[in-house]
Ligand binder design. Structure first.
Ligand code: C2E
Ligand code: MG
Ligand code: MG
Length: 713
């Protein structure tokens, strides 16, 4: 254990010192201050460990709260100071190099757990004390019967000296005796309580069973009961107590008196209320916070049939810029003003506004007709943000993006609803911000599966969940099948067949594209070999295979070697392979990046520029690229769908084709869906075509059939 002042142990010790200094003055202990600090040290260590533990466990906080009671820190002020101290110093001294946000959130949860543990321990202690007094009273009861003077004296001593209030009444409720503590609780001298009747002490906050229990006790059906009860003091203020009432019987066992033991819990209750307020409200804006909002949302979602909920999830546009340029203090003032305006938007019953954190707010509306009210609510919020907000003499324009979720209660969990709102809000932001969007379950599902897909990708390759479809490439001059493009698909165990647009970007992002791409290359080159073998002689001419390459594969050092090995292993000549690279992947490519492609091209592999026309279409650039095929993007073909085709488009395609040919590049067109398009493209001079008009992507056998049909038919 390092005791260096800057080591973890030294810092823990500092925390314990600060803490003991804060609470020692309000603790009734016989310890010296430094003994007291030693007592707090293990509790501090408990908190410190809980703060940094891998999984959060609130039990440590509760144990720390109980330990406080054990160390005689029973004054509410001691708890209050403890929580302040934990709040201010625990993360600072015991947080290590963990993430501050996470540590802060944990520290807050630890504080709540401590308060709960404290209250529980205190209550247990009080009950034990009450039991002891009740025992003495029962003994004293014997006294009445046997007139044993000594015992009665002992009872008197306990009665008068007890810290808790004790009162005795007859079975009609007339108060016969009270001790000093009880009088002090009511702010009266004991005498003023005598002769009053217990039944007069009703209070609007009385629990429903309060008076039933009372009747059962005085009629002898019950020996004691225990509850929390409020009393009005003569000055009108309220006294909260933990009340235990026991029945005292005479020597023959007949009910005779009732004995009430009460503990004043008023201050603790206030402290709890304050803690509850702090735990459920945002310190900066005073709005309900995330915790509170979740409670309300959960309640709304649990409401009975016919009830609905509507939720607006607001995130300010460009708030970070305000923070960065004007400073956090200005950012805070802006948030306070926004909070005020939002609050004025949601004043109807069943409506609430909360701050979830940062510049994220949420407004909730509940009731039978939220389909209408939630739209109005979103409209009011957008309106409320219209007027500029003045901060430090500057007029700031505030805009926000809102995601709206609306629906019937009882279908979704609070977390699901909030996630959907969050996704929808991002959609509003992506669409330019300053608007609201309505949640769309399909868009949600896409965003949610995105995450799931990313995590499932790595094992999918090992499990053989990918497969390849082939789409024929047809010669426009004679209509013969010249080859096929390999298009990968993922047969996902839950989602069915997924198209490459769904998972290739994820594979690129995670790097899985390299092994996946290698697999596709190997499979499709093998397939090309099978076609050739099945062909027997050379009836069909060699069928070529086109394989797509992602930008990440281009920069991967193994590209050339992998390709060469695959070709050699399968015995396929390089000129039967065409690698498709998108134009955007090659924009601004320097010679280093082009080197592998150039090496492959030198070996005889064709390189095609895929989706040409969607990027910068820098024709001048074409000359320095090692490409031999231009694949015109589907958008060109689409513009030829109507008849007559747009003459400008035709001219453009014609220009590209003639330029490509002059550079010795072959031209392929994608997305041919009609015979008219095919004819038009043939006239314009394109060499090969691909599209649904000829065939959709399909299994490899299909391609062979197609090829045979047009060779023989
Ligand atoms: P791409 O290389 O431009 O592939 C052509 C896409 O157009 C394919 O979509 C194909 O199914 C579709 N298509 C073909 N004919 C028609 C038609 O007549 N009309 C219409 N509307 N569409 C047609 P798919 O299979 O969804 O592939 C999408 C993209 O995914 C491909 O675009 C390619 O960039 C990428 N991709 C596919 N397989 C692989 C692969 O193995 N590796 C890499 N890196 N990317 C791949
Ligand atoms: Mg392609
Ligand atoms: Mg393409």
């Amino acid at each position: 254990m390092s005791a260096e002042p800057d080591g973890p142990e030294g810092r823990l010790r500092r925390f314990a010192t600060i803490w003991s200094r804060a609470v020692y003055p309000v603790t009734s202990t016989a310890d010296t201050r430094s003994e007291f600090e030693e007592r707090l040290l293990p509790v501090a260590r408990l908190l410190s460990e809980a703060l940094r533990a891998r999984a959060f466990d609130a039990e440590a906080g509760r144990a720390a709260g109980a330990a406080l009671v054990e160390a005689h820190c029973t004054d509410p002020e001691a708890l209050s100071r403890t929580l302040d101290c934990v709040d201010a110093y625990l993360v600072l001294y015991c947080g290590g190099d963990g993430d501050r946000e996470t540590l802060r959130a944990r520290s807050a949860r630890l504080q709540h757990a401590m308060a709960a543990g404290f209250a529980q321990a205190l209550r247990r202690r009080t009950l034990a004390e009450q039991e002891a007094v009740a025992k003495a009273a029962l003994e004293a009861q014997g006294v009445v019967a046997q007139a044993l003077h000594a015992t009665e004296t002992r009872f008197r001593a306990v009665f008068e000296g007890a810290a808790i209030g004790i009162g005795i009444a007859d079975l009609e409720g007339n108060i016969l005796q009270v001790n000093g503590a009880l009088g002090r609780m009511f702010g009266l001298s004991g005498q003023n309580l005598l002769g009053r009747n217990v039944r007069d002490w009703t209070h609007p906050d009385d629990a429903p069973q309060t008076w039933r229990l009372y009747e059962e006790l005085v009629s002898g059906e019950r020996e004691h009961y225990h509850l929390e009860k409020a009393f009005y003091r003569p000055d009108g203020t309220v006294l909260w107590t933990n009340l235990t009432v026991s029945l005292l019987r005479d020597a023959d066992g007949e009910p005779q008196y009732q004995l009430a033991l009460m503990e004043d819990t008023t201050e603790r209750r206030l402290l709890n209320l304050r803690l509850r307020y702090e735990a459920t409200h945002d310190a900066l804006t005073g709005l309900p916070n995330r915790t509170f909002f979740f409670e309300r949302l959960e309640k709304a979602l649990a409401a009975g049939p016919g009830q609905r909920f509507g939720l607006c999830y607001l995130d300010l546009d460009g708030f970070k810029t305000v923070n960065d340029s004007l400073g956090h203090a200005a950012g805070d003032r802006l948030l306070v003003e926004v909070a005020d305006r939002l609050q004025s938007c949601a004043t109807a019953p069943g409506e609430m506004v909360a701050r979830l954190g940062g510049d994220e707010f949420v407004a909730l509306t509940t009731g039978p007709d939220t389909r209408r009210t939630v739209d109005e609510l979103a409209g009011r919020i957008m309106n409320a943000l219209l007027a500029p907000i003045s901060v430090d003499g500057r007029e700031l324009t505030v805009r926000g993006s809102i995601g709206i979720v609306e629906g019937p209660a009882g279908e979704r969990s609070a977390a699901e609803v909030l996630r959907s709102a969050d996704i929808t809000m991002y959609r509003a932001k992506a669409a330019g911000g300053n608007r609201f969007e309505l949640a769309d379950p399909e868009a949600d599902a896409r965003a949610i599966t995105r995450h799931g897909l990313t995590t499932a990708l790595p094992t999918a390759l090992d499990r053989g969940e990918f497969f390849i479809e082939y789409q024929p490439l047809v010669h426009l001059g004679d209509g013969s099948v010249r080859g096929a493009e390999a298009l990968v698909r993922w047969l996902h165990p839950q989602h069915g067949v997924l198209s490459p647009d769904r998972f290739i970007p994820l594979a690129e992002h995670t790097g899985l594209i390299v092994p996946l791409g290698r697999w596709v290359l190997e499979q499709s080159v093998r397939q090309a070999r099978e076609w050739r073998d099945a062909n027997g002689g050379d009836v069909l001419g060699p069928l070529r295979i086109n394989v797509n390459l992602s930008p990440c594969q281009l920069t991967h050092p193994g590209l050339v070697q992998d390709t060469v090995e695959i070709l050699e292993r399968t015995g396929v000549t390089p000129d039967a392979l065409c690698l498709e690279v998108t134009e955007s992947a090659l924009i601004g490519a320097d010679d280093d990046l082009l080197k592998p492609l150039r090496r492959l091209a030198e070996m005889g592999v064709d390189i095609a520029l895929d989706d040409f026309g969607t990027g910068y279409s820098n024709l001048a650039n074409l000359r320095r690229l090692p490409v031999s095929v231009l694949k015109l993007d589907r958008s060109f073909t689409q513009s030829m769908q109507q008849f007559p085709a747009d003459p400008v488009d035709l001219k453009i395609v014609e220009g590209i084709v003639s330029l490509a040919h002059s550079l010795d590049l072959a031209v392929t067109v994608e997305g041919v869906e009609t015979g008219a398009q095919a004819e038009q493209l043939r006239i314009l001079g394109c060499d090969t075509a691909q599209g649904w008009y000829y065939a959709r992507p399909g299994p490899p056998e299909r391609l062979h059939e197609l090829a045979l049909v047009d060779a023989t038919g």
